[in-house]
Design a protein around this ligand. Structure first.
Ligand SMILES: [Zn+2]
Length: 121
């Protein structure tokens, strides 16, 4: 994993260009979870709040790739990228706003909402 600065701190999607620094780009959004940087992170614990909502909504992959086959296994694999997010490189105000940020998540919790959402379709 050599692009750890480009990983979405909400969903783990490696959505950004290798040389881009996410917090310096106004209103850049994640192509997977639709998190909008410098907007959705402007609330207390925005990363964690948004991640919980994204999971409860069924982990919708927002960007519609042709033939995208978004699976639970892929979602869990992607969430595992969160451990490579270099949270220490974020500006102080972002770190303070997201003081509860953690890369940890409960795979059973994720799987539960994945199956709940799919049954309701
Ligand atoms: Zn994301």
């Amino acid at each position: 994993m050599d692009n750890s600065n480009n990983i979405c701190p909400v969903c783990g999607f490696a959505s950004f260009g290798k040389d881009e620094i996410i917090y310096e780009i106004l209103y850049m959004f994640c192509h997977c979870c639709s998190f909008q940087f410098n907007l959705d992170d402007d609330v207390e614990n925005g990363f964690m709040v948004y991640r919980k909502k994204w999971i409860k909504d069924g982990l919708i992959f927002d960007f519609k790739f042709p033939d995208q086959n978004w699976s639970l296994a892929q979602a869990l694999n992607q969430l595992n990228n969160l451990q490579y997010v270099q949270f220490d490189t974020y500006p102080k105000y972002v770190k303070e706003a997201n003081r509860l940020w953690t890369w940890e998540y409960d795979p059973q919790y994720v799987a539960y909402y994945w199956h709940m959402k799919r049954q309701s379709f």
